[in-house]
Unconditional design. Structure first.
Ligand SMILES: Cc1cc2nc3c(=O)[nH]c(=O)nc-3n(C[C@H](O)[C@H](O)[C@H](O)COP(=O)(O)OP(=O)(O)OC[C@H]3O[C@@H](n4cnc5c(N)ncnc54)[C@H](O)[C@@H]3O)c2cc1C
Ligand SMILES: Nc1ncnc2c1ncn2[C@@H]1O[C@H](COP(=O)(O)O)[C@@H](O)[C@H]1O
Lengths: 319, 259
């Protein structure tokens, strides 16, 4: 069976949940294998975790010296495809970094990018993905006609898990950053505290301009915390300084597709919908009965978010 | 420093955007075509940089004949000249094929900086900028919200999910901007008038030496298998708060076992 390669996503020496989902998706189209770029000190723990998540092989590389931006991952992916030989697909999380890597890799492999995929299957031996278009107004299935397909995967799309592999085979890769590479001078991560990450959360509660101020965003946070969800924000809320830019959901922010998306004081502009319309269940609270968010809400409430949201929080807390 | 800005004509986001239900390609007739808003921000950055450091801005697009309108908008804002790549064989090109064509045009221009939008409103691949960098052997700094140039080095703030980083890269480079980079200036009357006289070079595949077999719907490595309009959400309903809507919403979520 050909191998389906997944770029492992890690943070602070641990796998991020999307890695297991990528391996589960990979298992549908090949023997799941992981490409891991990590500090040698974290390697053993991560290899074991990748095995538990389904990777039968782990291709590992140490990051190149000099903090180059993304070039280490790109070199590792390229080397992994060469080392593996028979590859059915490469799966990469559809983040800004992931999409950049996918683009470069597809050019190198002279293949195509199957972007923003939410489903993957083998159809007559061909890898076929499903992609929502125009904020979910359409769903189109895509395939490639040459080369190894490079799939960018939208996290939280499927719930399968891959069968665990006890002792994954480990393949060492040596990678160097090619010049001229951009270098990372400093990095800032927005602390999320105990909340899950936006792309991994099964519940996302987002606030919009209707929340009115940074202080009042606690209404959004309290609801999110009651259900173990992540907090998101519309661009208007971000631009008004109510919430940090890293939490923007939508076309130019993060795309999410949680089990439940709760929109508080968000009108539902097309650019916002583009980043959340594939959520399984959508609840919206808005004062304006004509707000476009109601067109896509499974449960809409015309009302004041400051009375509805706390009541919802309380009712869910008592559950 | 000379800068190329890539601009794309896209269906108006505020219109009803459609796909052809035969080959699932973009239905360009369904909506007005406009310059992608994100690309006007790229033009703004390029103009600001040439105002600071000298040099000129060239707007580049690959698209059907009507895409000249998008180029005129960039010229009216202040770009010095424009390149329009158009060829019947290009219709239906995917991102990889598009990048091959744009890269060929950019090689001829030989600029110090290439500015693009981080993600087009219709393609949304956010991959073209990186693909260009790969083809041209240049560093890429994508998703940039602030940028300065000092000599032949650029420093940028790159925003990604969950955080941001300060990045340094040597020129020439490819930079993609997000919408926080700058508010685009409005073309004034003088700009609009002079745009009509500025040079727009039209290039075909033959001019660029790109093989027609590698572009268009037939030459692209990706192909749509089938598609469907998403079924309208069924069972969705909206209530007006009578004082108990929060509790009702909770019941809805609990009964459906989604929470
Ligand atoms: C290129 C481009 C990219 C963009 N990218 C994004 C993106 O990634 N994400 C994004 O979100 N937007 C994006 N936008 C912006 C988008 O067009 C909208 O402007 C934005 O989503 C509006 O945010 P909002 O719904 O919070 O604000 P508004 O549209 O102002 O809506 C606020 C809503 O709150 C309601 N409200 C007010 N008070 C209350 C109350 N007490 N209780 C209940 N409801 C109340 C009002 O009725 C109103 O419907 C983008 C725009 C462009 C041009
Ligand atoms: N056909 C095109 N012509 C010119 N620029 C393009 C074209 N396609 C994409 N781009 C540029 O690449 C950016 C990202 O597009 P995409 O990769 O499609 O999301 C856009 O904002 C444009 O700046």
């Amino acid at each position: 069976m050909p191998q389906a390669l997944v770029l492992a996503v890690t943070a602070d020496g641990a796998l991020r949940p999307v890695t297991a989902e990528l391996l589960a998706a990979a298992a549908r189209v090949g023997d799941p294998a992981a490409v891991l770029v990590c500090d040698p000190a974290e390697r053993d723990t991560l290899v074991t975790a990748l095995g538990a998540a389904g990777a039968t092989t782990v291709l590992v590389a140490a990051p190149p010296a000099g903090a180059p931006l993304l070039t280490g991952e790109l070199a590792a992916l390229t080397a992994a495809v060469t080392a593996t030989g028979d590859v059915s697909a490469v799966l990469i999380e559809s983040t800004f970094d992931g999409r950049e890597l996918a683009g470069r890799l597809a050019v190198r492999l002279d293949s195509g990018v199957l972007a923003e995929s939410t489903d993957v299957e083998l159809l007559d031996g061909q890898v076929v993905v499903t992609q929502p278009a125009f904020g979910g107004a359409y769903s189109v299935r895509w395939t490639t006609t040459r080369g190894v397909p490079v799939i960018t995967w939208r996290g939280n799309s499927i719930e399968d898990t891959a069968a665990p592999a006890d002792a994954p085979a480990v393949v060492e890769l040596t990678v160097e950053a090619p010049a001229p590479a951009p270098t990372v001078l400093e990095e800032h991560h927005e602390p999320v505290g105990d909340r899950p990450e936006l792309t991994a959360a099964s519940v996302v509660v987002s606030g919009g301009r209707g929340v009115g101020s940074a202080e009042k965003f606690t209404v959004v946070e309290q609801l999110a915390d009651t259900v173990g969800g992540a907090v998101g924000a519309s661009r208007a809320a971000v631009d008004a300084g109510f919430y940090p830019a890293q939490f923007q959901v939508g076309q130019t922010g993060t795309s999410v597709s949680p089990q439940v998306y709760i929109a508080l004081g968000i009108s539902g502009a097309i650019q916002h919908r583009a980043g959340m319309q594939t959520s399984k269940t959508i609840v919206a609270v808005n004062k304006d009965p004509d707000a476009p968010i109601f067109e896509i809400a499974d449960f809409g409430v015309v009302g004041d978010l400051f009375t509805v949201a706390p009541q919802l929080t309380e009712a869910l807390a008592e559950r | 420093m000379d800068i190329a800005v890539l601009i794309k004509q896209v269906p108006d986001t505020y219109g009803e955007r459609r796909l052809h239900e035969t080959d699932w390609s973009l239905d360009r007739a369904a909506t007005d075509a406009v310059i992608d808003e994100i690309d006007t921000r790229g033009v703004e950055l390029a103009l600001t940089l040439t105002e600071q450091h000298g040099g000129e801005v060239t707007a580049v697009t690959m698209g059907p004949d009507g895409a000249t309108d998008a180029l005129r908008k960039a010229l009216a804002m202040g770009a010095a000249k424009a390149v329009h790549i158009t060829d019947p064989a290009l219709a239906g090109s995917d991102a990889v094929a598009t990048s091959a064509v744009l890269a060929a045009a950019l090689r001829q221009l030989d600029v110090d900086l290439i500015v693009t939008g981080n993600e087009s409103t219709d393609g949304r691949s956010a991959a073209v900028p990186a693909m260009l960098a790969e083809r041209l052997g240049l560093p890429a700094v994508t998703s940039v919200r602030a940028l300065t140039v000092d000599g032949d080095t650029l420093t940028a703030e790159r925003v990604v999910e969950g955080g941001w980083a300060r990045i340094q890269a040597p020129l020439p480079a490819v930079v993609s901007v997000n919408e926080k980079i700058a508010e685009p200036r409005y073309p004034n009357f003088k700009g609009i008038m002079s745009a009509k006289k500025k040079p727009v070079t039209t290039l075909t595949l033959a001019d660029l030496g790109v093989d027609a077999d590698r572009v268009g719907a037939a030459g692209s490595a990706t192909r749509a298998v089938d598609g469907a309009p998403r079924p309208p959400r069924t069972g969705g309903h909206t209530i007006t708060d009578d004082g108990s809507a929060g509790a009702q919403a909770a019941r809805y979520l609990i009964e459906r076992k989604v929470l």
